[in-house]
Design a binder for this molecule. Structure first.
Ligand SMILES: *[C@@H]1O[C@H](CO)[C@@H](O)[C@H](O)[C@H]1NC(C)=O
Ligand SMILES: *[C@@H]1O[C@H](CO)[C@@H](O)[C@H](O)[C@H]1NC(C)=O
Length: 498
């Protein structure tokens, strides 16, 4: 098998050819290289996230308490605003770390929730809270006043991502015997966001890159997860989510239409792109459920669909970036948003490259948990790139095939982290992008989401996973899809005290 061959060459290289240059040339990226990068970069990423959160963060001067700035960069590009999406994803990473034992994060998490409760009632160009429309405003000024210039709005992933972040913390409170706090401080905010999703999921909006108006796979996947999670959260609090149970299956039904048989077409109702987009990788890691099997319906990371799509998306970047010229299929590559991208030069992004790694770490977790790895015709091309002898079949954890296939996937995943390592400057700072031909950091400096994506990728590599969101109770696709909307009610969250 491919892996054994490489080890043999490496062994030859180290024993027969003793010169360092040759050893380097033949050397596979070893675990220890990635391990030492993670050991140094992990604390930098953690600090990088906290530095961009108001009011104490060094990079967030002027931001209200609990407000995440996307980047301290104020010119070319000006990212000194707070985005609902970036904030929710960043706090999801921090909430997972709290659950894993980092209790120092709890006051910051609580100030995020206090800030979001207040932001929900800030009228803005998308609308206000009376009919929910204002909840999908993508960004605000860092003092929580509305941003009134032209923008790609609405962005309907925001309410869903925020609901999921808050529910994860709410479930932690319930587990800590603090149900009253979850009910008084979290439910009123979550309730509005869930009502928004149930009412507006079947309308078009701007994608997570804020560029195209249509239906975005990332948005629809986030919305489905939030309603499944929200229904159970409501029940745990003795409440009910008015329209969660009726709308979630229909959102899942619509989600299926992004799959074209070979890949995920990330944006529907738009034109001019292939549809291969890191949108899908980010969606797959967002809806990863560690308790789920390799389910195609929800595009779990170990599903055949997610792996086939991973290959298509990664391959789409091999020929477009100069720095990928030596990275043939089967070896990791620098990943951007989508191949046709021209924004700020259209370069690879750290967070997209890390998402490609994280998806594979998630898949490894699921194979190890279920004790089996299955290859079918859909996923075969993905596996063949890593091991030319790979064949359709079901391999149990005690088989040699399982051992070598999972080792090859782990090596492949680590390769994406090694790419990030290669193009991270010596001070460890992570910008938004790195040059397509020279790998030099570009666009916004110290991007909060870049740092957060590093934290979640290395947490998954280390086997730390988020709590289940209940995929097993929400993975039944209706036999026929119907669109629609369930009108909800909205209420200003009461003042919060922790
Ligand atoms: C491997 O595991 C499977 C399923 O648990 C079992 O049926 C089989 O006997 C095992 N094979 C070996 C060689 O241990
Ligand atoms: C609404 O849902 C229906 C049924 O899944 C689907 O055909 C339609 O494309 C959806 N439209 C939007 C904008 O979500």
């Amino acid at each position: 098998m491919f892996l054994k061959t490489v080890i043999a060459v490496e062994f030859l290289a180290s024993s027969v050819f003793a010169t360092p240059a040759l050893r380097h040339r033949f050397k596979r990226q070893s675990d220890s290289d990635v391990d030492s990068f993670i050991a140094s970069e992990g604390p930098i990423a953690y600090k990088g996230v906290l530095s961009n959160i108001g009011s104490a963060g060094a990079g967030a001067s002027g931001a209200s308490a609990g407000i995440v700035v996307a980047s301290p960069s104020k010119t070319d590009p000006d990212y000194f605003y707070t985005w609902t999406r970036d904030s929710a994803l960043t706090f999801t990473a921090l909430i997972e770390r709290l659950i894993a034992g980092d209790t120092t994060l709890e006051p910051t998490i609580q100030s995020y929730i206090t800030a979001q409760a207040a932001l929900q009632s800030v009228s803005n160009p998308s609308g206000d809270l009376s009919n929910g429309l204002g909840l999908a405003e993508p960004k605000f000024n860092v003092d929580m006043s509305p941003f009134t210039e032209a923008w790609g709005r609405p962005q309907r992933d925001g309410p869903a991502l925020r609901a999921s972040a808050l529910i994860t913390y709410g479930n932690y409170l319930i587990a800590k015997d603090k149900k009253d706090l979850a009910l008084s401080n979290i439910w009123p905010v979550v309730r509005n966001d869930l009502a928004y999703v149930a009412q507006y999921w079947n309308q078009t909006g701007f994608d997570l890159w804020e560029e195209v108006q249509g239906s975005s796979f990332f948005t629809i996947a986030a919305q489905h997860k939030s309603l499944v999670q929200g229904d159970a959260f409501a029940t745990a609090l003795g409440q009910s989510c008015e329209n969660c149970a009726s709308q979630a299956p229909q959102i899942l039904c619509f989600l299926q239409s992004f799959w074209n048989g070979e890949a995920i077409i990330s944006n529907l109702g738009t034109s001019g792109r292939t549809g291969l987009d890191a949108n899908s990788l980010l969606a797959n890691i967002l809806t990863f459920d560690p308790a789920a099997p390799c389910d195609d319906a929800t595009f779990q990371p170990c599903s055949s669909r997610a792996l086939a799509n991973h290959k298509k998306v990664v391959d789409s970047f091999r020929s477009v970036y100069g720095i990928n010229s030596a990275n043939a299929a089967g070896s990791a590559a620098a990943i951007g948003r989508y191949a046709e991208d021209v924004y700020q030069g259209g370069n690879p992004w750290y967070l997209c490259t890390l998402a490609a790694a994280e998806l594979l770490y998630d898949a490894l977790y699921q194979w190890d948990t279920t004790g089996t790895l299955a290859i079918d015709e859909t996923s075969l091309p993905f596996f063949k790139d890593l091991d030319s002898t790979a064949a359709v079949g079901t391999y149990s954890a005690n088989s040699t095939e399982y051992t070598s296939l999972t080792a090859a996937v782990k090596t492949y995943a680590d390769g994406f982290v090694a790419i990030v390592q290669k193009y991270t400057p010596t001070d460890g700072s992570l910008a938004e992008q790195f040059g397509r031909d020279d790998g030099a950091p570009l666009s916004a400096v110290d991007l909060t989401w870049s740092y957060a994506s590093f934290l979640t990728a290395i947490d998954r590599r280390g086997g730390a996973v988020p709590p289940s969101w209940g995929e097993s109770g929400g993975n039944q696709v209706p036999t026929s899809c119907s669109g629609g909307s369930a009108a909800g009610s909205y209420a200003t969250p009461p003042a919060i005290a922790w």
